[in-house]
Design a protein around this ligand. Structure first.
Ligand code: SF4
Length: 238
């Protein structure tokens, strides 16, 4: 009985310590506010680096951007969109006519198939427009939660946060919203990002991850949130 009580007490102590440890790795509400205020001061109106001029162009660009760089996607769409930038025009090109425009992008065969299928649905069900609705977006071929979040945020001004590899890294390293998978990080961010910063949080965090908090070599010496960040392996200041 005594032994059982000791074991229970020890387990409770370990649990308490580990939840204290998890809390210590998280930023406080005040620190999170400061973090976004600094990113906002650097870049008050951040946006995607993908080239687009309509919700449809953005949707196509985001479908193409899976496992590809924005620069690579822009090179392809800068040639494609002047020729075909509506579902009808892309359907007129057809899958074989679309492929040469996007063949420099990884997985282009599957992406061409998805874009053609998506165009057919947009015309048949939404009058050729991109639906302003998460479920309808996620039902389109080649469109997952992340793509839907980007379109909802960037084309329709919804305060969604699409978690890509950059945001996942920044949220975990800094202690902003640590999580084991992208959905846990997205839910965590939606909980902690102050309402006034939620609209642009997606782009601030992506750009910070892409240019400063880089995967292999974070540039901690030039990071404006260095003093707040909980990452234990920061690179030294120069
Ligand atoms: S201090 Fe370093 S690890 Fe932390 S956010 Fe800045 S670049 Fe990333």
């Amino acid at each position: 009985m005594v032994r059982k009580a000791m074991v229970t007490k020890s387990a409770t102590t370990t649990k308490t310590r580990s939840s204290r440890g998890a809390r210590a790795r998280r930023l406080s509400a005040a620190q999170i506010h400061t973090l976004f205020a600094r990113l906002a001061e650097l870049d008050p109106n951040p946006s995607t680096e993908l080239h687009y001029a309509s919700p449809f162009e953005l949707l196509v660009a985001v479908i193409l951007s899976a496992q590809a760089t924005d620069v690579g996607v822009n090179k392809a769409t800068d040639k494609l969109f002047p020729v075909a930038n509506t579902p009808g025009k892309i359907l007129a090109l057809g899958e074989d006519g679309l492929k040469p425009y996007i063949s420099s992008i990884g997985l282009y065969n599957g992406k061409a198939k998805n874009i053609i299928a998506t165009c057919k649905i947009l015309i048949a069900q939404y009058g050729g427009k991109v639906p302003h609705d998460r479920a309808a977006l996620e039902a389109l071929p080649g469109v997952g939660r992340k793509t839907a979040n980007v379109v909802l945020n960037t084309a329709f001004g919804e305060p969604t946060i699409a978690v890509d590899t950059h945001i996942f890294r920044v949220a975990n390293r800094t202690g902003l919203a640590p999580g084991k998978d992208v959905r846990a990080v997205e839910d965590g961010l939606l909980e902690v990002v102050p309402a006034e910063f939620r609209q642009h949080a997606h782009h601030w965090l992506i750009l910070h991850g892409r240019y400063v908090c880089k995967a292999r070599k974070p540039d901690c010496g030039h990071c404006v949130i260095r003093d707040l960040c909980k990452f234990p392996d920061k690179s030294p200041a120069e």
